[in-house]
Design a protein around this ligand. Sequence first.
Ligand SMILES: [Zn+2]
Length: 289
Amino acid sequence: MRFFGRTRIGLVLLSLFLLTGSPATHAWGWEAHKLVCAVAEKKLTPQARKLVNRWLENAADLEGGVLSFPDACLWPDKVKYGTRKSTYEHHFINVPDDAIRVDLNRDCAAADCIAIGIQRSLSYLSGEASGDRAATRQAAALRFLGHYIGDLHQPLHVGNASDWGGNKIRVNWLGKKTNLHALWDYEMPEKMNLRYPDSVLFLANIDVTSNGSVVAWMNESLDLARSNAYVSIDGNEIEGGDTINAEYFEKNKPIIIKRIAQAATRLARLLNEIADGDRPVALHLRPAD
Ligand SMILES: [Zn+2]
Protein backbone atom coordinates (compact mmCIF):
# COMPACT_ATOMS: atom_id res chain seq x y z
CA MET A 1 0.00 0.00 0.00
CA ARG A 2 2.82 2.33 0.77
CA PHE A 3 3.71 3.07 -2.81
CA PHE A 4 0.35 2.80 -4.48
CA GLY A 5 0.36 6.48 -5.38
CA ARG A 6 3.05 5.79 -7.95
CA THR A 7 1.10 3.52 -10.26
CA ARG A 8 -1.83 4.00 -12.59
CA ILE A 9 -3.95 1.71 -10.41
CA GLY A 10 -2.66 3.72 -7.53
CA LEU A 11 -4.06 6.88 -9.03
CA VAL A 12 -7.47 5.27 -9.34
CA LEU A 13 -7.29 4.07 -5.78
CA LEU A 14 -6.12 7.49 -4.75
CA SER A 15 -9.13 9.19 -6.33
CA LEU A 16 -11.37 6.69 -4.59
CA PHE A 17 -9.60 7.43 -1.36
CA LEU A 18 -10.08 11.16 -1.81
CA LEU A 19 -13.72 10.75 -2.77
CA THR A 20 -14.69 8.39 -0.01
CA GLY A 21 -12.54 10.00 2.62
CA SER A 22 -11.56 6.67 4.13
CA PRO A 23 -8.79 6.80 6.70
CA ALA A 24 -5.26 6.65 5.38
CA THR A 25 -3.35 3.50 6.07
CA HIS A 26 -0.30 5.04 7.60
CA ALA A 27 -1.34 7.79 9.89
CA TRP A 28 -3.42 7.88 12.99
CA GLY A 29 -7.00 7.72 11.72
CA TRP A 30 -8.72 10.99 11.02
CA GLU A 31 -10.48 11.11 14.38
CA ALA A 32 -7.22 10.72 16.29
CA HIS A 33 -5.52 13.49 14.28
CA LYS A 34 -8.47 15.81 14.84
CA LEU A 35 -8.42 15.01 18.55
CA VAL A 36 -4.69 15.77 18.87
CA CYS A 37 -5.14 19.24 17.42
CA ALA A 38 -8.44 19.96 19.17
CA VAL A 39 -6.96 19.03 22.55
CA ALA A 40 -3.77 20.99 21.81
CA GLU A 41 -5.90 24.04 21.00
CA LYS A 42 -7.33 23.88 24.51
CA LYS A 43 -3.84 24.03 26.01
CA LEU A 44 -2.61 27.10 24.13
CA THR A 45 -1.69 30.32 25.89
CA PRO A 46 -3.69 33.39 24.76
CA GLN A 47 -0.71 34.59 22.67
CA ALA A 48 -0.29 31.20 21.01
CA ARG A 49 -4.01 30.99 20.31
CA LYS A 50 -3.84 34.34 18.55
CA LEU A 51 -0.89 33.21 16.47
CA VAL A 52 -2.50 29.88 15.57
CA ASN A 53 -5.68 31.67 14.51
CA ARG A 54 -3.65 33.98 12.31
CA TRP A 55 -1.87 31.06 10.68
CA LEU A 56 -5.19 29.28 10.12
CA GLU A 57 -6.63 32.38 8.50
CA ASN A 58 -3.62 32.73 6.22
CA ALA A 59 -4.53 29.44 4.52
CA ALA A 60 -6.81 30.95 1.87
CA ASP A 61 -4.36 29.96 -0.90
CA LEU A 62 -3.95 26.35 0.26
CA GLU A 63 -6.15 23.48 -0.91
CA GLY A 64 -9.21 23.41 1.30
CA GLY A 65 -8.92 27.10 2.15
CA VAL A 66 -9.34 28.29 5.71
CA LEU A 67 -10.05 25.35 8.02
CA SER A 68 -10.49 24.79 11.74
CA PHE A 69 -7.35 23.52 13.47
CA PRO A 70 -8.69 19.92 13.79
CA ASP A 71 -9.55 19.83 10.08
CA ALA A 72 -6.29 21.54 9.12
CA CYS A 73 -4.41 18.68 10.83
CA LEU A 74 -5.90 16.12 8.41
CA TRP A 75 -4.69 17.98 5.33
CA PRO A 76 -1.13 16.53 5.21
CA ASP A 77 -2.57 13.03 4.66
CA LYS A 78 -4.78 14.32 1.86
CA VAL A 79 -1.92 15.90 -0.09
CA LYS A 80 0.96 13.46 0.46
CA TYR A 81 0.11 11.45 -2.67
CA GLY A 82 -0.77 14.51 -4.71
CA THR A 83 0.31 18.13 -4.60
CA ARG A 84 2.80 17.56 -1.77
CA LYS A 85 4.37 14.25 -2.79
CA SER A 86 7.74 15.37 -1.46
CA THR A 87 6.28 15.31 2.08
CA TYR A 88 5.40 11.61 1.91
CA GLU A 89 8.44 10.48 3.95
CA HIS A 90 7.77 13.12 6.59
CA HIS A 91 4.99 11.03 8.12
CA PHE A 92 7.15 8.29 9.68
CA ILE A 93 10.63 6.97 10.31
CA ASN A 94 11.69 3.39 9.74
CA VAL A 95 14.52 1.78 11.68
CA PRO A 96 16.44 -1.51 11.31
CA ASP A 97 14.59 -4.49 12.79
CA ASP A 98 17.09 -4.88 15.62
CA ALA A 99 17.34 -1.18 16.49
CA ILE A 100 16.38 -0.17 20.00
CA ARG A 101 17.06 3.53 19.45
CA VAL A 102 16.41 5.93 16.60
CA ASP A 103 19.59 7.18 14.97
CA LEU A 104 18.86 10.09 12.66
CA ASN A 105 22.23 9.73 10.92
CA ARG A 106 21.34 6.16 10.06
CA ASP A 107 17.53 6.26 9.70
CA CYS A 108 16.96 9.68 8.19
CA ALA A 109 19.87 9.97 5.80
CA ALA A 110 19.00 8.08 2.61
CA ALA A 111 15.37 9.21 2.70
CA ASP A 112 13.69 12.03 4.56
CA CYS A 113 11.84 11.21 7.75
CA ILE A 114 9.40 12.68 10.22
CA ALA A 115 12.16 14.59 12.02
CA ILE A 116 12.81 16.58 8.85
CA GLY A 117 9.11 17.40 8.48
CA ILE A 118 8.89 18.58 12.07
CA GLN A 119 12.10 20.56 11.88
CA ARG A 120 11.04 22.34 8.70
CA SER A 121 7.58 23.17 10.09
CA LEU A 122 9.04 24.50 13.33
CA SER A 123 11.56 26.51 11.41
CA TYR A 124 8.90 28.21 9.25
CA LEU A 125 6.66 28.89 12.22
CA SER A 126 9.48 30.30 14.34
CA GLY A 127 10.67 32.69 11.64
CA GLU A 128 9.29 36.01 10.54
CA ALA A 129 6.88 35.87 7.63
CA SER A 130 6.94 38.80 5.31
CA GLY A 131 4.78 38.70 2.23
CA ASP A 132 1.92 36.47 1.11
CA ARG A 133 4.12 33.58 0.08
CA ALA A 134 5.73 33.32 3.49
CA ALA A 135 2.35 33.63 5.21
CA THR A 136 0.96 30.75 3.13
CA ARG A 137 4.04 28.70 3.92
CA GLN A 138 3.42 29.23 7.63
CA ALA A 139 -0.23 28.25 7.21
CA ALA A 140 0.93 24.97 5.64
CA ALA A 141 3.61 24.51 8.30
CA LEU A 142 1.00 24.67 11.07
CA ARG A 143 -1.00 21.94 9.33
CA PHE A 144 2.09 19.78 8.90
CA LEU A 145 3.33 20.28 12.47
CA GLY A 146 -0.07 19.42 13.98
CA HIS A 147 -0.22 16.28 11.86
CA TYR A 148 3.38 15.11 12.31
CA ILE A 149 3.38 15.46 16.10
CA GLY A 150 0.31 13.21 16.03
CA ASP A 151 1.94 10.67 13.70
CA LEU A 152 5.11 10.63 15.79
CA HIS A 153 3.14 9.34 18.78
CA GLN A 154 1.61 6.38 16.95
CA PRO A 155 4.14 3.68 17.95
CA LEU A 156 4.26 2.06 14.51
CA HIS A 157 5.24 5.33 12.83
CA VAL A 158 8.63 4.48 14.33
CA GLY A 159 8.69 0.87 13.21
CA ASN A 160 10.70 -1.71 11.32
CA ALA A 161 11.90 -0.89 7.82
CA SER A 162 11.35 -4.53 6.75
CA ASP A 163 7.61 -4.51 7.43
CA TRP A 164 6.98 -0.80 6.74
CA GLY A 165 5.95 -0.06 10.31
CA GLY A 166 3.53 -2.99 10.39
CA ASN A 167 1.87 -2.16 7.06
CA LYS A 168 3.06 -5.46 5.59
CA ILE A 169 1.86 -7.59 8.52
CA ARG A 170 -1.63 -8.77 7.59
CA VAL A 171 -3.75 -9.57 10.63
CA ASN A 172 -7.31 -10.65 11.34
CA TRP A 173 -9.29 -8.41 13.59
CA LEU A 174 -12.95 -8.82 14.52
CA GLY A 175 -13.60 -11.10 11.58
CA LYS A 176 -11.98 -8.91 8.94
CA LYS A 177 -8.59 -8.59 7.34
CA THR A 178 -6.46 -5.54 8.06
CA ASN A 179 -2.82 -4.90 8.88
CA LEU A 180 -0.98 -4.18 12.09
CA HIS A 181 -0.31 -0.56 11.21
CA ALA A 182 -3.95 0.16 10.36
CA LEU A 183 -4.97 -1.56 13.58
CA TRP A 184 -3.10 1.13 15.51
CA ASP A 185 -3.92 4.00 13.16
CA TYR A 186 -7.66 3.72 13.29
CA GLU A 187 -9.11 0.24 13.90
CA MET A 188 -8.46 0.22 17.66
CA PRO A 189 -9.14 3.97 18.22
CA GLU A 190 -12.48 3.56 16.40
CA LYS A 191 -13.38 0.50 18.43
CA MET A 192 -12.55 2.53 21.56
CA ASN A 193 -15.01 5.20 20.42
CA LEU A 194 -12.38 7.90 20.40
CA ARG A 195 -14.12 10.58 18.40
CA TYR A 196 -14.00 14.24 17.66
CA PRO A 197 -15.43 16.24 19.35
CA ASP A 198 -16.90 13.87 21.96
CA SER A 199 -13.54 12.74 23.38
CA VAL A 200 -11.85 16.17 23.51
CA LEU A 201 -12.55 16.95 27.17
CA PHE A 202 -11.70 13.45 28.34
CA LEU A 203 -8.32 13.62 26.62
CA ALA A 204 -7.63 17.22 27.65
CA ASN A 205 -7.98 16.21 31.31
CA ILE A 206 -5.36 13.47 31.15
CA ASP A 207 -2.22 14.59 32.94
CA VAL A 208 0.81 13.81 30.79
CA THR A 209 4.23 15.36 30.55
CA SER A 210 5.20 17.61 27.69
CA ASN A 211 8.91 17.12 28.49
CA GLY A 212 11.52 15.76 26.14
CA SER A 213 12.76 16.26 22.63
CA VAL A 214 11.38 15.12 19.30
CA VAL A 215 13.95 12.34 19.28
CA ALA A 216 12.98 11.26 22.80
CA TRP A 217 9.32 11.10 21.70
CA MET A 218 10.36 8.96 18.72
CA ASN A 219 12.21 6.60 21.02
CA GLU A 220 9.12 6.30 23.22
CA SER A 221 7.18 5.20 20.14
CA LEU A 222 9.90 2.72 19.20
CA ASP A 223 9.89 1.29 22.73
CA LEU A 224 6.11 0.86 22.56
CA ALA A 225 6.35 -0.70 19.12
CA ARG A 226 8.91 -3.20 20.45
CA SER A 227 7.17 -3.93 23.78
CA ASN A 228 3.52 -3.85 22.66
CA ALA A 229 2.54 -3.24 19.05
CA TYR A 230 4.66 -6.03 17.54
CA VAL A 231 4.07 -8.47 20.41
CA SER A 232 1.10 -10.77 20.85
CA ILE A 233 -0.42 -11.37 24.26
CA ASP A 234 1.55 -14.61 24.69
CA GLY A 235 4.81 -12.76 24.14
CA ASN A 236 5.51 -13.83 20.57
CA GLU A 237 6.27 -11.56 17.68
CA ILE A 238 3.08 -10.98 15.66
CA GLU A 239 3.30 -12.57 12.23
CA GLY A 240 1.31 -12.23 9.04
CA GLY A 241 -1.98 -14.14 9.27
CA ASP A 242 -2.24 -13.88 13.07
CA THR A 243 -5.54 -13.04 14.71
CA ILE A 244 -5.57 -10.10 17.10
CA ASN A 245 -7.52 -11.03 20.20
CA ALA A 246 -9.48 -9.05 22.78
CA GLU A 247 -6.65 -9.26 25.34
CA TYR A 248 -4.26 -7.49 22.97
CA PHE A 249 -6.84 -4.77 22.44
CA GLU A 250 -7.50 -4.35 26.20
CA LYS A 251 -3.78 -4.25 26.95
CA ASN A 252 -3.08 -1.52 24.41
CA LYS A 253 -6.11 0.73 24.91
CA PRO A 254 -4.43 2.79 27.67
CA ILE A 255 -1.38 3.29 25.46
CA ILE A 256 -3.45 4.72 22.63
CA ILE A 257 -5.17 7.14 24.99
CA LYS A 258 -1.89 8.20 26.54
CA ARG A 259 -0.15 8.72 23.19
CA ILE A 260 -2.94 10.93 21.84
CA ALA A 261 -2.94 12.97 25.07
CA GLN A 262 0.85 13.29 24.95
CA ALA A 263 0.83 14.35 21.31
CA ALA A 264 -1.68 17.09 22.09
CA THR A 265 0.16 18.36 25.16
CA ARG A 266 3.51 18.42 23.37
CA LEU A 267 2.10 20.10 20.27
CA ALA A 268 0.64 22.80 22.53
CA ARG A 269 4.01 23.18 24.24
CA LEU A 270 5.82 23.71 20.92
CA LEU A 271 3.25 26.28 19.79
CA ASN A 272 3.33 28.07 23.15
CA GLU A 273 7.13 28.25 22.96
CA ILE A 274 7.02 29.72 19.48
CA ALA A 275 4.52 32.32 20.69
CA ASP A 276 6.85 33.15 23.58
CA GLY A 277 9.61 33.86 21.10
CA ASP A 278 11.60 30.72 21.90
CA ARG A 279 13.07 29.02 18.90
CA PRO A 280 12.50 25.33 19.57
CA VAL A 281 14.03 23.91 16.41
CA ALA A 282 17.46 22.82 17.58
CA LEU A 283 16.31 22.15 21.11
CA HIS A 284 13.72 19.58 20.14
CA LEU A 285 15.76 17.72 17.59
CA ARG A 286 18.69 17.20 19.90
CA PRO A 287 18.76 13.53 20.96
CA ALA A 288 17.75 12.96 24.55
CA ASP A 289 20.65 12.70 27.00
ZN1 LIG B 1 0.44 11.03 8.47
